[in-house]
Design a binder for this molecule. Sequence first.
Ligand SMILES: Nc1ncnc2c1ncn2[C@@H]1O[C@H](COP(=O)(O)OP(=O)(O)OP(=O)(O)O)[C@@H](O)[C@H]1O
Length: 249
Amino acid sequence: MFTNAQPTQPVLSAAGVSKHYGSTCALNNIHLRITPGESVAIMGPSGSGKTTLMHVLSGILLPDSGHVNFSGPTEAVEITMLSEELRAKLRRESFGFVFQEGLLLPELSAQENVALPLMLTCMPRAAAEEYARGQLNQLGLAGMHDRRLGELSGGQAQRVAIARAQVSQPSVVFADEPTGALDSVTSAAVLDALLGSTVQRGGTLVMVTHDSATAARCDRIIRVQDGAIVSDSTQHVPNARMSEAGGTR
Ligand SMILES: Nc1ncnc2c1ncn2[C@@H]1O[C@H](COP(=O)(O)OP(=O)(O)OP(=O)(O)O)[C@@H](O)[C@H]1O
């Protein structure tokens, strides 16, 4: 199941992926390759299959048929062959998530939320929290380390979610409507933070968005309709930016 990763391999690929919920076809024979360092926006009408596609690519959901492969810096693996436990491990170690539906724990402070993924990898609490504070500072949240979710604005909470998603430097960050509920100025700041903490260090960003201004900031826009990819356009070449930044991941 595990093979040596090749530098030219896509970080994520899907081949012949289909997914049904009862009689609803959510994904219909998807083929897709995502290059390391790319930022990819997934767009499409409500119910077209965007979230299902992201969940299948990240191993949250298994498709009914087809294969999804991940190739990271140290391993290549067919996600669709992994047990639930190994998929959970892969998500913890190689992927980060910025989802609207409460991945942050409201009873914890901003710094505790960000430190948590590091503590799960056995980093001592003091070191994890110190690192978390540095990440929060970089995202413009100095002075808000000790606030709980309810004491932050929507944009600030999204930046805490971004800090948490990328704190363990995952190969791929998946974001579902990361700027959904925000005004345009806050959206731009959150998107800067998200791109800055992922693709600018050589990581990959896969993002579902309804917002064309947000999608336009990505390297590539994939449009989904009725569970199928109806267009796939590259607008910037990520490798040019990666070599400028010296990123390799
Ligand atoms: N758990 C589920 N049970 C049954 N049907 C589902 C389930 N999740 C999604 N669906 C259906 O699968 C299709 C694709 O849903 P999905 O959530 O992937 O779409 P989406 O493009 O992300 O939609 P939106 O933009 O509204 O979030 C829809 O017809 C939806 O109703």
